[in-house]
Design a protein around this ligand. Structure first.
Ligand code: 2M8
Length: 407
C-alpha cells in the first residue's frame, strides 16, 4: 500500500540519528509526546528505532523525574525555533538543553506497545523506572487536592491554543515579544495561534522559569486529556511491572483513583471538562479533549455511553473525522490549529477509546484518518469538512499513527 510506504519515507526523512523531529522546519528538535506517538508507529516497521526514540527522550529526563517537552538539538541554530534553549535556560543532568515544562504522559503506552510488537524484557526493565519517575514527578509536583494532576502552561496540554484555554489564559498578563516568532516563516498566520496568545505563552513560561520551574504562575488547570494519559500510564505500568516480575498493584490502585477523581470532578453533561485551579470552576468548553477519557477502561458505563452520544451529536464523528473542537460552538475554526481542525493524534486517542466500546465508530474514524491523508498528505492538521490539509507537511505523528492504524 503506497500510503504506508510514504509514511515510512516521512519517518526516515525526519529521523535525526536517535530520535525523530516532528517536522524538519517548523519543529526541528525532539518533542516529548510526539516521540511517544512516533514510537508507536515505528514499532510497526522498526522496533529498534522505536526503542531508541523513547530511550533518547528519557535520556534528557530531569532529576525530579520530569520529562521535558522539548529536548534541543545543539546542532540546530538558536534562531530556528522560538522559544529556544536560551529562553528556557536549563539543562538536563545529561547536559542537554531542554524546556522546563512537560506534555501528556503517553510514553508508557508507547513503550508497552513497542514491547508487545517485539518482546524485549531488557528494554522494559530499562524504561520502567524512568516511566515511574515521570509519573512520580506529576504526583508530587502537580497533584491537586482533588487527586488530579494539573498543568501549568497551555503547551503542556499539547493542544496549545484550544478555546478551552481562552478563559484561564485571560488572567495571564501579556508581555510583548517583538518579532521573535519563527513559526510564521513556515505556516500561514491564519493557521497558527495569534501574537496575543504567544505573548501570554512566553510570559507564563518566563514566570515558571524564574521560580526554577517549581511554582505555577497564573495558569493552572486540570485537563481531561492529560489526566487520562496519566491514568492510562498507570494501567500500562501495571502490565509492565507484571512482565518484569514487579508488583502491579500500586499502579492499579492509582489508575482506579484517577478514574474516579476525574468522574467526580471533571465530568458534566456528556463531556469531561478542564478545571481551573485558580477559580475552582470547570471550564465548560467544547474541546474534544473531553472525549479522550473513553480510553479509561473502568469508566462507568453510563458515562462512557454519554461520551459516545456527545461524540456523535456535537462532534459529528459519523463523518469519520473528529474535530478538535465542536463545530457548533462559537469559537470553532476549521483551519486554525487546535481550535477545530482534526488531528491524527487526538483522533487516535479517541479511536483507542472506542475500539472496545463501539468498534463500528472506531472503524469510521480509522477510515477517516486514512482518507484525510490520502486526500491531502501527511499534514499536521485537517479541515474536518473538506479534508484540506493545514500546518506543516510531512508531519511525523501523522505518518507514524497511520502505520499503527493500518497494521
Ligand atoms: C505544537 O506545540 C509547539 C509548542 O510545544 C509549538 O506550537 O511550537 C503542538 O501541536 C504540540 O502538541 C506538539 O507536540 C508540537 C510539536 O509537534 O507542536
Amino acid at each position: 500500500m503506497t500510503i504506508l510506504r510514504e509514511a515510512v519515507r516521512v519517518l526516515v526523512a525526519n529521523w535525526d540519528g536517535s530520535y525523530t523531529v516532528p517536522s524538519r522546519r517548523l519543529y526541528p528538535h525532539q518533542w516529548s509526546w510526539d516521540s511517544a506517538f512516533i514510537a508507536l508507529g515505528n514499532a510497526r516497521w522498526s522496533p529498534r528505532r522505536a526503542r531508541a526514540e523513547l530511550l533518547s527522550l528519557f535520556g534528557a529526563q530531569w532529576r525530579d523525574g520530569r520529562v521535558p517537552h522539548i529536548v534541543f538539538n545543539p546542532e540546530v541554530p538558536e534562531g530556528a525555533y522560538f522559544p529556544g534553549p536560551e529562553f528556557w535556560d536549563v539543562r538536563a543532568p545529561s547536559g542537554t538543553a531542554t524546556s522546563g515544562i512537560v506534555q501528556p504522559p503517553v510514553h508508557a503506552l508507547a513503550a508497552w506497545r513497542v514491547h508487545v510488537g517485539e518482546p524485549d524484557p531488557a528494554f522494559l526493565r530499562r524504561i520502567y523506572p524512568r516511566l515511574v519517575a515521570q509519573q512520580e514527578f506529576l504526583r508530587t509536583a502537580r497533584r491537586s487536592p482533588e487527586g488530579l494532576v494539573s498543568i501549568v502552561h497551555p503547551w503542556e496540554s499539547g493542544m496549545d491554543n484550544s478555546p478551552a484555554w481562552d478563559e484561564p489564559l485571560a488572567a495571564v498578563p501579556a508581555t510583548s515579544i517583538g518579532a521573535q516568532r519563527k513559526d510564521l516563516r513556515h505556516v500561514s498566520a491564519d493557521e497558527r495561534p495569534t501574537d496575543r496568545d504567544y505573548e501570554r505563552y512566553t510570559a507564563l513560561a518566563r514566570a515558571y522559569r524564574d521560580t526554577g520551574y517549581r511554582r505555577a504562575g497564573a495558569f493552572a488547570v486540570e485537563d481531561p486529556l492529560f489526566n487520562t494519559a496519566y491514568g492510562v500510564a498507570e494501567i500500562v505500568l501495571a502490565r509492565i511491572a507484571k512482565a518484569i516480575d514487579l508488583d502491579p498493584e500500586p499502579h492499579r490502585r492509582e489508575a482506579a483513583a484517577i478514574t474516579s477523581a476525574m468522574v467526580e470532578h471533571l465530568y458534566d453533561d456528556g463531556l469531561f471538562h478542564a478545571r481551573d485551579l485558580n477559580t475552582g470552576c470547570l471550564v465548560r468548553s467544547h474541546s474534544a479533549a473531553g472525549l479522550v477519557p473513553l480510553m479509561l477502561p473502568d469508566l462507568p458505563r453510563e458515562v462512557a455511553n454519554a461520551l459516545i452520544g456527545t461524540a456523535l451529536d456535537r462532534f459529528e464523528i459519523k463523518s469519520g473525522m473528529l474535530p478538535s473542537f465542536a463545530p457548533g460552538a462559537e469559537e470553532f475554526d476549521p483551519a486554525r490549529y487546535w481550535r477545530g481542525p482534526s488531528w491524527i493524534n487526538l483522533t487516535w486517542l479517541v479511536w483507542q477509546g472506542l475500539r472496545h466500546r463501539r468498534s463500528d465508530l472506531a472503524d469510521l474514524l480509522a477510515e477517516g484518518m486514512i482518507g484525510a491523508i490520502k486526500a491531502s498528505g501527511f499534514r499536521e492538521y485537517f479541515n474536518p469538512f473538506n479534508l484540506a490539509g493545514h500546518g506543516c507537511r510531512d508531519f511525523s505523528w501523522s505518518a507514524a499513527l497511520i502505520l499503527d492504524i493500518a497494521a
